[in-house]
Design a binder for this molecule. Sequence first.
Ligand SMILES: C[S@@+](CC[C@H](N)C(=O)[O-])C[C@H]1O[C@@H](n2cnc3c(N)ncnc32)[C@H](O)[C@@H]1O
Length: 458
Amino acid sequence: MNLPKEFESKMSKLLGEDYEAFARSYEEERAQGLRVNTLKVAAERLRDNLAIELSAIPWVREGFYYGKEARPGKHPYHEAGLYYIQEPSAMAVGEIVDPQPGEAVLDLCAAPGGKTTHLAARMRGAGLLVANEPHPARAKILSQNVERIGIRNAVVMNEMPGRLAERFPGFFDRILVDAPCSGEGMFRKDPDARSEWSPDHVTLCADRQLDILLSAAAMLKPGGRLVYSTCTFSPEENEGAISRFIRQRSEFEIAAAGAYAGFDRGRADWVPGPAADGLEETLRLWPHRIHGEGHYIAVLRSNGGQEAPRRKYAKTFSDTKTLKDYLAFCGETLRAAPTGDFTLFGEQLYLLPPGMPAMEQLKVVRPGWHLGTLKKNRFEPSHALALSLKENEVNQSLNLASDSSELTAYLRGEALQTEGTKGWHLVLADGYSIGWGKLADGILKNHFPKGLRWMGHF
Ligand SMILES: C[S@@+](CC[C@H](N)C(=O)[O-])C[C@H]1O[C@@H](n2cnc3c(N)ncnc32)[C@H](O)[C@@H]1O
């Protein structure tokens, strides 16, 4: 593989006798992984049911390697959100953030959503997860992944970290900064990272990382946990960024990130400038030591900072007049109506996660659990609602085998012939929700979203 020359000589100086093994790893096949969405299915169960050979990734209990011939992205279970395809080393980050149900958690650089979807599964639908991504097109992809994975308690935003810091001082229990970086750890996977690399780009990334960390710090509760990760090797962006940050925010200290077989320790001796205490508690993941790409992970704990001021909560409503058609839909279709703090964006009805602060003047892509559209005199359920429901939560469903021609026809957008009660039916693949259909006179009208439909190449 053609690597930038200056990168090679820098790594050779840093790694010394390890450099040869490191360089050889670029000639090897990269690892491919999927992480089971435990909001929907237990890891062992998916492993038993998916006709793809999976082997355990040692550092994450719901993560598996799959072989290079397998195409898990083209399986109905992927459409049903039963797993997220994620680079194996990246799965260590969610494991180390370790969010708990009921907490307020921020994923500040979140697209396309690998870590967001991991954090959500660990939160088990309880608490508030804010997933933010400043790049608009990437924020949209993040939002689609939140939908597919069936997350009910996430708000997706499209803001710069500084704007969020003004609005959420001292608010979050845990924050993840999975920072934009020079991507040296992804050279095997991503040719663009190779062609964009330069020493100046490394410096630019390091300065931006410091800015993002300072914004994140302002949003953390006293005693909160801030996890910083990159997919690069450069000390400037890793131990260096952490050291510069702690010099500016002395109430932070490095906390132990844990010990995992094959993971190395951070290197204080590589820091350009004064090094923070405790860098040996941070983690370096090397492609020549584990079956995964390069990563760096640091855990920071705040021992001071700002208490959250009293805040304004997001505007909600609960009048049954506005909700009439929604409640009628729930009565017919669902065993229990989702209730809580409702909000309307145009005619789109959402349930806010509990404790969500006011969002005025912020760019919000998804303000919570999307229930559907309040049309004139009727309610149309959303794809997000379908993907977050289980078979035992609906009155009518149509369960199709994942390898059946009926399911393929459904995923292509075709209507299906079936008998049953008139009205909305949750369509399932082997018992896992995949979309809506509306039945009348023996024909199930297809409500699988047009943009997701399977075309000829499947
Ligand atoms: C490493 S990627 C995040 C990957 C994501 N966490 C995941 O697991 O799927 C970094 C993200 O940060 C975003 N980003 C770029 N500049 C940023 C900034 N100034 N503040 C926050 N995020 C930024 C990028 O657009 C990119 O989506």
